[in-house]
Design a protein around this ligand. Structure first.
Ligand SMILES: C[S@@+](CC[C@H](N)C(=O)[O-])C[C@H]1O[C@@H](n2cnc3c(N)ncnc32)[C@H](O)[C@@H]1O
Length: 105
């Protein structure tokens, strides 16, 4: 298709950081709730010692929900520093139990 008017949705670190920063504390419509299908499937097939990495995890409650069910090897990956910090704040003293990696996958 010729022409320069095609709009591509923005998908970069700055875009996502802005989304999280401007919606601080609020749920975002695409966030996984604590009772998600992903959670059900992981519990069904994954023993508690499984290595679980949530890529593009944002502020999803998936990893905190697994932590509360005694999963021990959990990793959060997202390129938004704001999302990573927000998750760690919400975990309080439990924060060191989830490894957090900020970077572009
Ligand atoms: C639609 S949100 C979903 C967030 C989360 N999985 C949830 O269900 O609430 C997409 C997430 O992927 C992250 N993301 C997108 N591209 C990425 C990349 N190349 N590297 C790391 N994170 C990325 C964004 O920062 C954002 O947090």
């Amino acid at each position: 298709m010729a022409g320069g008017n095609r709009r591509v949705p923005s998908n970069n670190e700055t875009h996502w950081d802005g989304r999280y920063a401007s919606n601080a504390g609020a749920g975002l419509s695409w966030s996984e709730g604590p009772g998600s299908l992903s959670l059900e499937w992981i519990i069904e097939v994954g023993p508690k010692g499984s290595s679980i990495v949530d890529i593009g995890a944002g502020r999803s409650m998936l990893l905190p929900a697994l932590l509360s069910r005694e999963y021990t090897d959990l990793t959060h990956v997202d390129w938004s520093e704001s999302a990573s910090q927000s998750l760690q704040r919400s975990l309080g003293c439990e924060a060191p139990r989830i490894k957090c990696i900020v970077g572009d996958l």
